[in-house]
Unconditional design. Sequence first.
Lengths: 41, 230
Amino acid sequence: VADTADYVAVASEYVALASLPDIEKAEVFEPMPEEICTWQS
Amino acid sequence: VAELTTVDLSCADLSVREINTVLRGLPDGTVVRITQPRGHHNLAVGLTGRLNITIAGNAGYFIGGLCDGPEITVEGFVGWSVGENLGSGVIRVRGNASECAGASARGGLIMIDGDASSRAGISLKGATIAVAGDVGHMTGFMAQAGTILVGGDAYDSLGDSLYETVIYVAGKIRSLGSDAKISELGESDVAAVRDLVSAAGFTHISPEDVTKVISAKTLYSFDALKDQKY
């Protein structure tokens, strides 16, 4: 999961996210099993 | 006396194979900066030189794998199996790490400033892994030698089928795996954790307050007649 102020992106590996704008500023993490992440705009 | 040289290598200009070929030819003491890693896999693998390598950004799988000497810093996140089969040297990840950090690593020190996902230190064979944050399920699975320090919480089945690796956890343990047990913390453990915390630069871990997990040794030796189940 890549989390930024503008968007959240999910992919199986970082290569798939590497071309997103400002991706280098994203918080990149792997959610734990059975963990549900929610975001609010 | 050779002067300290600095080399910049960009993943935008060179393939991973080209970068690793250049790294293999550099003399000891060279300072290298790998820019625009963009999640590429297998950067800085199989190196024996005493290089000082910085990967400037998020990287992919197997970063620093099979190395025997260099110091590697990743200024970002890494994918699966950072430091897989590491022989010696130091790897520091400034962000989070995906699954299997330090898998089968035989020596050296792997430090992760963020969290590590599941199966960190799987089949560890002598290296030291220090994670500042949380670790995912099955951390230390079948780990045979070496040390794992967890600065945060450990998720389910910690130390499943553990052999001689010792795991120290500063936070909560959600559950232990098969054949793992909590053991009394001795003076030598506290000293070992203190040294490791100091080496890693972690400031939030109190060495006297960690929980020690070792093998209960009920699965340690293969027993062909055990319950006639095999």
